[in-house]
Design a protein around this ligand. Structure first.
Ligand code: HEM
Length: 413
């Protein structure tokens, strides 16, 4: 049996928070191994990266999600009782509900609303002077996703709902005020949406037929029971929150267009938008890792994985693994030209199978919205990017340029 390298520090939580996205990768490089063990939040944790490790991690016979996610993440980012923490038949049933929403028609409708709203905002952006892209797109996506999902959202509430949807993503990996804002935001949002679910069910404010709200409010489990209001709210938030979070990727895409201006032309004229968007998802940081627990003891690649051990798969590190991506620190969309990407190589939104595993239910939506945003940025408008702080600090979870990407002199084309 090979000896699994062990991080020397008695607990690496602070190091994890300090190193951010590079925590696992740095140690893998140091130990010359894509597997090592450490302690995070005082819990022994095996860290993995790379394609073989991703293939292992998404084997649902070997890993479970029940009792895997740290409480501080559940209380802010994911909520409790949602699809992320389910296993086996219960997971398949709940995941089928999500995947039933992801039809080409529905994805197209969301995209159309997004394009319409983007065009409708352009005159205001032209008139406004400096515009912070991240904030603008966040509010735009909040309006769009609520309209699409059948969740009423008065104009007066857009700003504060957008703030809460962001705070849940900002909350898990920090201590102090950013974390507390995440806790409060989740509590408020779950209350708001549990109320919508209840009104839809009793018929005081019926959900539009076939809307996301309708699908979730009326979903019945294998025993024929409706989801409890609070859990239905958690699942509705599992749609609203991440659709709004696509604003981060859209900001990264605009940053990439700024840093690699030749690609403006290529996405416009050569139909290279898909490659460009895939490289944005590979290159830029979003979620650092995914978490599971060993379901029952097994050995793999000469290493022992004891039952119950927490395991982290390094998503960022796998997307930057030199064995998969030559010169991984270079932004090169052409690496995707003609490349068939298998389900365990490009894992910013998890890997493996959508229906049987925990791969992100919203990957198609994410790619579609990003492509539309890139088309709008390159074909529907011109703008300048004035001097500002665009550094991407990989120690900050989740990362974003501090300026949020300010644009000036926006003009419709
Ligand atoms: C903003 C870009 C997004 C990123 C970076 C992202 C990333 C992820 C990741 C890393 C996971 C966990 C994978 C795992 O546990 O192994 C996940 C799961 C999930 N995502 Fe996304 N996601 C995004 C957008 C979306 C969108 C737009 C939706 C819905 C419309 C969505 C819905 C979900 C759901 C429901 C799950 C849970 C799946 C399960 O546990 O079976 N995500 N996502």
């Amino acid at each position: 049996m090979a000896t699994m390298p062990v991080d020397r520090s008695p607990d690496s939580t602070l190091a994890f928070l300090r190193s951010g996205y590079r925590f696992i990768g740095e140690r893998c490089d140091r130990y010359g191994s894509d597997v090592f063990q450490t302690r995070i939040l005082l819990t022994p944790t095996i860290c993995l990266r790379g394609r073989p490790a991703a293939t292992l991690f998404y084997d649902t016979e070997r890993f479970q999600r029940g009792n895997a996610m740290p409480l501080r993440v559940q209380r802010t980012l994911t909520g409790r009782g949602g699809v992320q923490g389910l296993d086996g038949a219960e997971h398949s049933d709940r995941k089928a509900m999500f995947m039933s929403i992801m039809t080409p028609d529905r994805i197209g409708q969301l995209g159309q609303l997004f394009d319409d709203e983007w065009r409708a905002r352009l005159p205001a952006w032209e008139a406004a002077g400096p515009v912070t892209l991240y904030d603008e797109v966040g509010r735009l996506l909040t309006r769009v996703v609520c309209a699409w999902a059948g969740v009423p959202l008065p104009a007066s509430q857009v700003d504060r709902r957008a703030v809460d949807l962001h705070a849940m993503i900002e909350g898990p990996a920090v201590v102090g005020p950013r974390h507390w804002r995440g806790l409060l935001a989740r509590r408020r949002a779950e209350r708001w949406l549990a109320d919508r679910i209840e009104r839809a069910r009793v018929g005081t404010e019926p959900a539009p037929a076939g809307s996301v709200l309708d699908v979730i409010a009326e979903h019945r489990d294998a025993r024929g029971a409706l989801l409890p209001h609070r859990i239905a709210a958690v699942e509705l938030l599992n749609i609203l929150r991440p659709v709004v979070a696509v604003d981060r990727y859209i900001t990264f895409a605009a940053l990439a267009l700024h840093d690699h201006p030749a690609w403006r032309q290529r996405v416009r004229d050569d139909g290279a938008t898909e490659q460009f968007v895939q490289e944005v998802r590979r290159y830029y940081p979003f979620f650092p890792s995914a978490v599971a627990r060993v379901r029952r003891s097994f050995d793999w690649a000469g290493h022992h994985f004891p039952r119950g051990r927490r395991v982290l798969l390094d998503l960022y590190g796998t997307n930057h693994h030199p064995a998969l991506w030559p010169e991984p620190e270079l932004f090169r969309p052409e690496r995707f030209a003609g490349r068939r990407v298998d389900p365990f190589e490009l894992v910013p939104q998890g890997g493996g199978d959508f229906s049987t595993g925990h791969r992100c239910a919203g990957e198609w939506i994410t790619i579609d919205l990003m492509k539309r945003a890139v088309t709008n940025l390159t074909s529907a408008m011109t703008y300048d990017v004035p001097p500002q702080d665009l550094t991407l600090d990989l120690r900050r979870l989740p990362a974003l340029p501090p300026s949020g990407l300010t644009l000036t002199n926006i003009r419709r084309t």
